[in-house]
Design a protein. Structure first.
Length: 227
C-alpha cells in the first residue's frame, strides 16, 4: 500500500498484507491507522486523500478523523452517471493517476515485482519493495502531467457543471433508439467534417492520454464487422 504525494514522491509504504473479501483495502487502512503512529503522522485533519473505490467503506472513518476523501463515483445500478457526476469523477481520476504511475514504475524498473514472487523470499518482500521505492524517489524524476498548468486546472473546474450537449441532442432526437452500423467511408465523402490538429485534441481531452489511445480504437473499429 503506497502513500504518494501529488508529484509522485512516495511518502510511505505499508504491507504486504493478506487480502481477501473481508480483509480489503478499507479494513487494512483502518487497522493500520490504529496501530501505526507513522501513518497517523501523515494523515492530518484537513488533508485531502484521493483513493479508488476499494476504500469506499473507509470514507466515513476518514471523515471522522477530519480527512476529506475523494474517489471516483459508482454507478449504483444506473446505466450511466449524470454529466456533472461523471465530470467530477474524471477530475478525481486525473489527480489519482500518479499512484498508478508509481506502481507501474516499480514493476517496469524492477522485474522481480512483475510476476509471481518466490515463496522463499516472501519474508523479505516488504523490505525489497521499500528499497525499490526509495531508489525511485532518489533517482527517478517527479511526475509531471504534460502541458498541465494552473489555467488548465481552472478550466476543468469551470467545465464540471456545463451541460452535455451531445447527450441533450441524442435525447431530443431519440437517437438512442436508432440502430447504427459500421460502414467504410472515404475522406471525400464527408463534406465539411471538422478537422482538429493535435493541440486542439489535447485541449479537448485535457491531456494526451486519450490522444495516445486513439490509434488503437481506430484500428479496432476498422476491423469491426459492418453487420
Amino acid at each position: 500500500m503506497l502513500l504518494v504525494a501529488a508529484d509522485g514522491y512516495i511518502l510511505d509504504v505499508h504491507g504486504p498484507y493478506f487480502a481477501d473479501s473481508r480483509n480489503n483495502d478499507a479494513n487494512i487502512l483502518r487497522c493500520q491507522y490504529d496501530r501505526d503512529q507513522e501513518l497517523r503522522n501523515w494523515l492530518q485533519p484537513g488533508d485531502v486523500v484521493i483513493v479508488d473505490r476499494g476504500y469506499r467503506d473507509a470514507r466515513q472513518f476518514l471523515n471522522n478523523i477530519g480527512i476529506s476523501v475523494q474517489m471516483p463515483p459508482a454507478l449504483g445500478g444506473r446505466r450511466q452517471l449524470p454529466t456533472a457526476e461523471a465530470n467530477a469523477g474524471r477530475i478525481v481520476t486525473k489527480q489519482r493517476w500518479v499512484v498508478e504511475a508509481r506502481n507501474g514504475h516499480v514493476q517496469s524498473i524492477f522485474k522481480i515485482f512483475r510476476n509471481t514472487f518466490l515463496i522463499a523470499q516472501i519474508s523479505n518482500l516488504g523490505e525489497f519493495f521499500r528499497i525499490a521505492c526509495a531508489i525511485i524517489n532518489r533517482y527517478h524524476p517527479v511526475l509531471h502531467m504534460e502541458e498541465a498548468n494552473e489555467e488548465l486546472a481552472q478550466e476543468m473546474l469551470q467545465m464540471v457543471n456545463e451541460p452535455n450537449l451531445v447527450q441533450a441532442r441524442a435525447e431530443n432526437e431519440v437517437l438512442l433508439r436508432r440502430h447504427g452500423r459500421w460502414a467504410p467511408l472515404e475522406q471525400n465523402q464527408l463534406e465539411n467534417f471538422p478537422v482538429l490538429n493535435i493541440a486542439q485534441l489535447r485541449h479537448l481531452t485535457f491531456g494526451t492520454f486519450q490522444v495516445k489511445l486513439s490509434p488503437s480504437y481506430i484500428q479496432d473499429n476498422n476491423h469491426a464487422p459492418t453487420g
